[in-house]
Design a protein around this ligand. Structure first.
Ligand code: PMP
Length: 372
């Protein structure tokens, strides 16, 4: 199988897989216990925290481990929106784990404002700044789109937003950015930043929320007081310790040639609309609309031929239409035929070459069937 759905999840790296077994055998202790082997596990958790913090250019005490980015995003939206007063701003491009909690707040009467997208999938900054007023208490804008790979200059947006209203708490969903493009979050005006391990070769069920030192947000889960009393629950030791392996091993240099090659091939197919652009993409995600085909049908044919690709966002594949592509004003016919191809550093050019040939021939096959 040629796996090109890495924005949905990545295969754990060999180092992560090998480490899992030794953690299960030797590091099973409860990190809160006070005997030496447990203290050793706690020390290793702190080393993992340090590795994550280094990537975000922040201090270790600003990292709180969570069960993943969905939890981190829900936490940021619900607890960052202090006292449920004022208004909150998100964008049309947000992942459901930001969009849905914001909509739930709206359902309870909160003033939720939604910034539109530009045609290239980035946030329309002028419109976003126009939504801010003295009552805005939280803004959440994703760093890299999981659907198109579009990159938002979130550090700059946070800085300018705070020039309009300095009390704003600024959150960004950094899941598709972490380890893939520079994420100097610590020195920036960003207050909260969500990340996830399974998008970079780590395990599912572990992530983190960066909480800037000067920000007080309410605890996510109450209980035994782990994670500085902010997020109780016995730590996911295997997930956290292997998060460090994944961060240290991630090599972000290798996907650009794959991206360029794939874009070149897709552009040669008649009536294909590529929604991802090198100038604003980290190079990991390609969204392409193929006119006249149904993406689910194409996905099945590709699966049969050994190529796995995504459809828009895997997390929302139960929802038919793509809110994000609609917000970018993509034609419905192209949305219906939209596939998402996403890379990881382990993908090879040979794999991508083979996949592109298979995609081109299946598109031709489908179109010739439709045209009789
Ligand atoms: N945000 C984005 C942009 C994502 O791509 C994902 C994963 N699909 C999430 C949040 C949710 O992350 P997790 O799977 O760790 O809950």
């Amino acid at each position: 199988m040629i796996y090109l759905d890495n924005a949905a999840t990545t295969k754990p790296t060999e180092k992560v897989i090998a480490h899992c077994e030794s953690i299960l055998r030797d590091d099973f202790y409860n990190p809160s216990a006070l005997y030496y082997p447990a203290i050793q596990v706690k020390t290793e958790i702190e080393e993992a925290r340090k590795a994550v913090a280094e990537k975000l250019k922040c201090t270790s005490n600003e990292i709180v481990f969570t069960s993943g980015a969905t939890e981190a995003n829900n936490w940021a939206i619900n607890c960052g929106f202090k006292n449920k007063k004022g208004n909150i701003i998100i964008s049309e491009g947000e992942h459901p784990s930001v969009f849905e909690p914001a909509m739930a707040l709206k359902g309870k009467g909160a003033d939720v404002r939604i910034a539109p997208l530009c045609k290239n999938g980035t946030i329309d900054c002028d419109k976003l700044f126009g939504l801010i007023d003295e009552n805005t208490s939280l803004i959440s804008i994703m760093h890299v789109s999981n659907e198109t790979g579009a990159v938002n200059p979130v550090a700059e947006i946070a800085k300018r937003a705070k020039q309009i209203n300095k009390k704003i708490i600024f959150h960004s969903d950094g899941v598709q950015a972490f380890c893939k493009i520079p994420t100097d979050i610590g020195p920036s005006a960003i207050d909260l930043y969500s990340i996830s391990a399974h998008k970079i070769g780590g395990l599912k069920g572990v992530g983190a929320l960066y909480i800037a030192d000067n920000i007080n947000i309410a605890s996510m889960i109450l209980g035994g007081g782990q994670e500085k009393r902010l997020r109780s629950g016995t730590e996911n030791v295997m997930g956290i310790l292997t998060f460090k392996d994944a961060v240290e091993d991630f090599n972000d240099a290798s996907v650009k040639p794959l991206f360029e090659y794939a874009i070149d091939c897709l552009s040669k197919i008649d009536k294909v609309k590529v929604n991802s652009f090198m100038e604003n993409s980290g190079g990991y995600i390609i969204s392409a609309g193929i006119y006249g085909v149904k993406s689910e049908v194409l996905q099945h044919l590709l699966n049969d031929d050994g190529v796995l690709v995504g459809l828009g966002s895997a997390c929302s594949s139960k929802v038919k239409k793509s809110r994000v592509l609609e917000a970018m004003n993509v034609d419905k016919a192209y949305i219906d035929g939209n596939i998402r191809i996403s890379f990881c550093p382990q993908n090879t050019l040979e794999e991508v070459q083979a996949a592109m040939n298979i995609i081109a021939s299946n598109v031709q096959k489908l179109r010739s069937k439709i045209n009789g």
